[in-house]
Design a protein around this ligand. Sequence first.
Ligand code: PAF
Length: 283
Amino acid sequence: MTTTIHTINELQTQIKTWKNSGFVIGLVPTMGALHKGHASLIKKSAETCDKTVVSVFVNPTQFGANEDFSKYPRTLDKDIQLAEENNADIVFAPSSEEMYGKNYNKDFMTLVCPPYDLVNQLCGKTRIGHFDGVATVVTKLFNIAQPDYAFFGQKDAQQLYIIKKMVKDLNFPIKIIPCPIIRESNGLAISSRNQYLTQEEKQKALSISKALFTIQKYYEQGITDAQTLFDTAITVLDKDLELEYLNFIDYETFKKTDIIKQHTLVAICAKVGSTRLIDNIIT
Ligand code: PAF
């Protein structure tokens, strides 16, 4: 049975009871609109931990002024059902006021700002302030839920890297568990934003994962030059897509690399119509 909690106070009371009983606590932070990708995180937490908290909060501090905050899908009843099916114990669904107070103002609050070198590339290059918002809300959720483990999807590879770094730098006693990207059978990475796509756009969006799989294939055949792989992938991308980036990043240092080797993150972002999609592979 999954209990839904809306206040920090109530969640903390429950967490205290669990801690006193020695339970291992898992946290799955989400913005709701839960899908198979989230289900895999919740399932993993329920298998790993005694108790699982799923937070559902569309976090205003990580959206830019021209982004999709107001239209982001909010489907709490369905989310609770999916959380329950995957053995979550609590769905924590606070209001914005509960998280940030009455007169929320991003310019007048303490923010957690990840290192500039990590933020100023891939998504952070165009989503100014996005990772400050992510790091801040994740810090708040960690402080509120006091988890032993927290589960994040590999699809948001830059976010995952930044959170791992934050946990290390700020000494959070939390183990971050990365979980693999879940794809449709046709290869499309599952995302809450796929809901925005028309059927035709969905077909076009397929070329994003196809481009990544092409890179993987040529890399496995021995091609390691980033420019050659980039040029080949570009030919696979649907011509109607607006490519924001296709970058090759050393996933140990998070620096761009010209030569692909093991543990290179190949990350792509493209707009299909007005929907911005991201995907990646790690070689
Ligand atoms: O990945 C997400 O859904 C969000 O960025 C997160 C981690 C829940 C923070 O709001």
